[in-house]
Design a protein around this ligand. Sequence first.
Ligand SMILES: Cc1cc2nc3c(=O)[nH]c(=O)nc-3n(C[C@H](O)[C@H](O)[C@H](O)COP(=O)(O)OP(=O)(O)OC[C@H]3O[C@@H](n4cnc5c(N)ncnc54)[C@H](O)[C@@H]3O)c2cc1C
Length: 305
Amino acid sequence: MNITIIAETGGNRLHGVTSQLVGAANELGGTITLLCPGGVGEIEASEISGVSKVISLKGDCFSSFDSGAWSTVMAPHCDGIVIASSSPTGRELASQIASKIGVPVVQDLTGIDQDMKMTRSVYSGKAIETSTASGSCVITLRQNAFESAGSGGNAELITVDSTSEVSVAVKEAMAKAGERLDVSEADIVISGGRGMGEPANFSHLNEVADVIGAAVGASRAAVDSWDEIPHSMQVGQTGKTVNPSLYIAVGISGAIQHLAGMRSSKYIVAINKDPDAPIFGVADYGIVATWEEALPSLKEELAKL
Ligand SMILES: Cc1cc2nc3c(=O)[nH]c(=O)nc-3n(C[C@H](O)[C@H](O)[C@H](O)COP(=O)(O)OP(=O)(O)OC[C@H]3O[C@@H](n4cnc5c(N)ncnc54)[C@H](O)[C@@H]3O)c2cc1C
């Protein structure tokens, strides 16, 4: 069985989730080819254990993400089972590649075995769907749901220049000034809800986030109530799905639609003044207190680590 993995990149480096994609592929067994868009992290990629071949795709189109252009270049190199990350870019790329090579796509898997039995959560995390695939398909895997492959590999490295294959490509995407780490990419997320009282109080979350290198998210109630909190920060059923190692929910009640986007986080910490708040039902650690009481000491203690 051939397996093609699309390396996840960000900020001109290989994203850690790429090793998790390889880890999952190693469990399936087969010959693994890793595609590195723009050649980003090609050496590091070739050293991931289990990878047989790295195809480093060079070309103008890789200067900025454009799923149309990227999938045009990548599709001819996709063979067998194609695996990408379930990030926003990974999902978009997966759909485009699946349509170009004419195979099914299954998004956001949290489990897969050698018989291609695949699991993912549906209905806001209330049920687990199991499906199987025979033959080629494109799948995306949720971050942190799979063990990373180790290092120590020595894959063959091939460079392909695809400049002439793409006629239209995005040249530059300008990030908004001062934009923080995106919640769907971060390994630690601290989110605020309506319990934060007013948008200016999100500065307290930013301060904790700066100490631990976290992204800042929000509940829909916070996003809907305050123009200063953009929709891009929303976690949940109609926002982003996150799966970080640590999720800290502050002043968030824990409505089912919010849980849908974060309940699979490895560790969940909740700060809420209401001991009966549903968020405590999914939290590994709960602090029954106002955020005004809890956040300063949390920040102080985290800064000591
Ligand atoms: C179709 C649909 C889709 C939805 N999609 C989403 C989604 O994607 N994401 C999402 O989040 N929601 C979503 N919702 C909304 C969801 O149902 C809830 O209304 C929302 O999550 C509530 O946000 P909240 O917990 O911030 O606010 P609230 O429910 O108002 O809870 C605020 C919490 O803060 C606590 N609190 C108050 N003051 C303090 C303080 N000083 N210190 C500590 N704690 C305090 C309170 O005890 C309370 O638990 C959706 C709803 C629908 C119908």
